[in-house]
Design a protein around this ligand. Structure first.
Ligand code: F6P
Length: 358
């Protein structure tokens, strides 16, 4: 009897269930009744404290289109793995002990950057691990695409689309703040797809004067409104020149709830134009996965299942071109896939007159 543990860790995203379904169906297809799947509840926490439930084939039916995760998730920061857990437990030793106690042959981990650091650690500690890249941020090194990303692009784009009509009637400046943590893929895609006039990314520090030039250029050309797609991690040139410590102190004094409010205030003060801010927030992680994510997560799941069958452990399944390939966890862990400031999409958008505040 093969025993496989599943866990989903970090912020959720769409197509987590679709990906687990892909792995499970592949395993059931191959092993029939000779495989047991356990869902470790709420991410690594489930493995640490021995909270799990046995999952049956019926648990994986009807979940292709279901957002969220049927086994729950939580954030368990990698940098805190060395700190004692509840009841003073050693978190890593507890995870190893529970893996052994359950008699697992492999742990399937679905997660983002932090999750992959812990997955690599557990793999180095001798556990058999296979992982899948999930996140709306698309910032996992080693894969061209993560699942969840395209669904989130759709939601953020729809937010910008809705703003377009009201912006046009009122002649205001609108800012739509897009998730993505410290990486700008989501903002870049949604900004272009939604026809934003100005796109501000963490990887391309902005000059507020250039942002204002962009707005005024549009006003002079007779356009009544401007729409800015601003990444939640966007940073000004002035801030980018600061040390980590200086930036922390500067932001601590900052009265704004997020970067968009700071930019909005600067635009108002310098141009007198009315500014409105929209933060779609966690709606970007919600709802049903789009067809692209259903296909990608199913393919990744099928390949992860095959790696388990082949006992090819210690890998993350990744999209490379048109193929799904294994990438060693040791190569993935600790790296971030950021937007290159020389990214062709940025250059192409600039040819259209879209400003990046530079
Ligand atoms: O990593 C996914 C993500 O949605 C980021 O885009 C965002 O910065 C973060 O998670 C929000 O995290 P939380 O749900 O813990 O507030």
């Amino acid at each position: 009897m093969k025993k496989i543990g599943f866990l989903t860790s970090g912020g959720d995203c769409q197509a987590l269930n679709a990906a687990m379904r892909g792995v499970a169906k592949t395993l059931y297809e191959h092993y029939g009744k000779d495989v047991k799947i356990y869902g470790l509840l709420d991410g690594y926490k489930g493995l640490m404290y021995g909270n799990y439930k046995e999952l049956n084939p019926s648990d994986f039916s009807g979940i292709l289109t279901l957002g969220g995760t049927i086994i729950g998730t939580s954030r368990q920061p990698f940098k805190k793995m060395g700190e004692p857990g509840e009841g003073g437990i050693n978190k890593v030793e507890a995870m190893k002990a529970n893996y052994k106690k359950l008699g697992l042959d492999c742990l399937v981990v679905l997660g983002g950057n932090g999750t992959h650091k812990t997955a690599n650690l557990l793999s180095n500690e001798g556990l058999n691990v296979v992982s899948l890249p999930k996140t709306i941020d698309n910032d996992i090194w080693g894969t061209d695409m993560t699942f969840g990303f395209h669904t989130a692009v759709g939601i953020a784009t729809e937010a910008i689309d809705c703003i377009h009509t009201t912006a046009a009637s009122h002649g205001r400046v609108f800012i739509v703040e897009v998730m993505g943590h410290k990486v700008g893929w989501l903002t870049l895609y949604a900004g272009i797809a939604g026809g934003a006039d100005i796109i501000l990314l963490p990887e391309v520090p902005y000059d507020i004067e250039k942002v204002i030039d962009g707005i005024q250029k549009r006003a002079k050309a007779g356009k009544k409104f401007s729409i800015l797609a601003v990444a939640e991690g966007a940073i000004s040139k002035k801030e980018a020149a600061m040390s980590k410590k200086e930036l922390k102190a500067y932001r601590a004094k900052n009265p704004y709830p997020s970067v968009s409010y700071q930019i909005g205030d600067e635009i108002l003060k310098k141009t007198g134009q009315e500014v409105r801010i929209t933060v779609p927030g966690h709606t970007q992680r919600g709802g049903s996965p789009c067809p692209y994510d259903r296909v990608l997560s199913t393919r990744l799941g099928a390949q992860a299942g095959q790696l388990i069958i082949d006992k090819n452990y210690g890998n993350m399944v990744a999209l490379k071109g048109d193929e799904i390939v294994p990438i060693p966890l040791s190569e993935v862990a600790g790296k971030l896939k950021k937007v290159d400031p020389d990214e062709p999409m940025i250059k192409e958008a600039m040819r259209l007159g879209i400003s990046f505040g530079i």
